[in-house]
Design a protein around this ligand. Structure first.
Ligand code: FAD
Length: 370
């Protein structure tokens, strides 16, 4: 039997793709290495735009939201800035629960515990091999995360940063803590989840710091009073979102982390995983409607158009922010307008480009105050 589509990986990207092609009449098979519920190392924060997008596909997503937060506490060395926007800035989920919920709502045929081992072209088709069998498909969708076996086999290079994270039993307030002290491009985060917190850090640029991430996390946890039983901990890579990513091959598209689609400044990836799943489904449906798989290349155009510009400006914001953190912090402290702008940027409510434009209109006033 030949499948129309095989999807490798059922995280937010794969699940969103599968949900978006439901009812279209394609013969679809999904292969997932793990069995649900499975752990994915992630802080599980959904920006309002990610929450809205997920909810449009999975209306039941609310039952995976543990905390809705309106407050951010930002730190740099001894400086502390509080941002309280009055509106929800982040919806906090536990990824084990969220991904399990997405998976359970799918009607596709998913083979759990069956990871893709290799893929190869066989005429016009893709041959997909797992440890349990081998399958043929017209279109292959790689949604198998940052360590994508398919991307590695096809020698697709991705830039990655590194993270270390721990879930700690501890019930704090509902604010998010972000601490930039000592990072060349990255931050420490503390995300409340009700009966536990996710404390973690990511260094996206300086590879020398990778080996020390675990000790640095312990130091930050002491600074922010995070104590309690450690429920889970570990390190994991994270894509660093190039402006243009290699997301298409012949009859093959890469979604989410497998496509390197993560905000290079904040590390937000769930929104881009879901959106790429939706875009991927759009072009796959169009290709089958027209009987023309060359149309799959439209996927790259959509990704470059929508994400490329945003990732470009995210890097510019990072280049302006990180080397001048001290100055930027005093500007945020002095200007209510900039604090509000920061909240909008962190919550993804405005684009980086709009953010930069507005920032420069506030800076002169803030500096004059000083
Ligand atoms: C520490 C950390 C914190 C983060 N915090 C946030 C956050 O707060 N908010 C946010 O938006 N983003 C965050 N991210 C990024 C976010 O986790 C990812 O961008 C997101 O999970 C991408 O979704 P995905 O579906 O592309 O990949 P994944 O969620 O990684 O899903 C990939 C799936 O593929 C499966 N798989 C892997 N290999 C194979 C194989 N060979 N065959 C079949 N299946 C396979 C895996 O089991 C998994 O189910 C964080 C990342 C890290 C590392």
């Amino acid at each position: 039997m030949v499948y129309d589509v095989i999807v490798s990986g059922v995280g937010p990207a794969g699940a969103s793709f599968l949900k978006s092609v439901e009812g279209f009449g394609l013969k679809v098979l999904a292969l997932e290495k793990s069995e649900f519920p499975r752990k994915k190392l992630c802080a599980g924060g959904l920006t309002p735009k990610a929450y809205r997008l997920l909810k449009s596909l999975f209306p039941e997503v609310d039952s995976a939201v543990r905390v809705r937060t309106r407050r951010f506490l930002l730190f740099n060395d001894t400086r502390r800035v509080e941002i309280d926007s009055g509106e929800v800035l982040t919806y906090l989920t536990d990824r084990t629960e969220l991904d399990n919920l997405l998976f359970r709502s799918l009607s596709a045929d998913v083979h759990e515990g069956e990871g893709v081992v290799s893929v190869e072209r066989e005429g016009e088709l893709w041959r997909v091999r797992t440890e349990k069998g081998s399958y043929l498909t017209r279109v292959l969708v790689a949604a198998d995360g940052v360590n994508s076996r398919i991307a590695a086999q096809l020698k697709v290079n991705r830039d990655v940063g590194f993270t270390y994270e721990a879930d700690v039993k501890n019930s704090r307030g509902e604010e998010i803590v972000v601490d930039f002290s000592g990072f060349s491009w990255g931050y420490y985060w503390l995300f409340p989840k009700g009966d536990f917190v996710t404390a973690g850090l990511g260094e996206f640029k300086d590879r020398r710091k990778i080996r020390t991430l675990k000790e640095v996390l312990e130091k930050f946890n002491r600074k922010h009073g995070v104590k309690g039983e450690v429920l889970h901990k570990g390190g994991f890579p994270i894509p660093c979102g190039r402006r243009r990513n290699d997301v298409c091959r012949e009859s093959l598209i890469f979604l989410g982390d497998a496509g390197g689609l993560v905000d290079p400044l904040t590390g937000e990836g769930i929104y881009y995983a879901v959106k790429s799943g939706i875009y991927g489904a759009e072009v796959v449906k169009k290709s089958f409607e027209k009987g023309n798989f060359a149309l799959l290349s439209l996927y790259k155009e959509l990704i470059d158009r929508d994400f490329g510009r945003e990732f470009f400006w995210a890097r510019i914001v990072g280049k302006l922010f990180f080397p001048l953190k001290g100055l930027n912090f005093s500007v945020i402290e002095k200007s209510a307008g900039i604090a509000e702008l920061t909240a909008k940027l962190l919550s993804g409510e405005i684009s980086y480009f709009e953010g930069i434009k507005s920032f420069f209109s506030f800076v002169p006033k803030a500096l004059l105050k000083g």
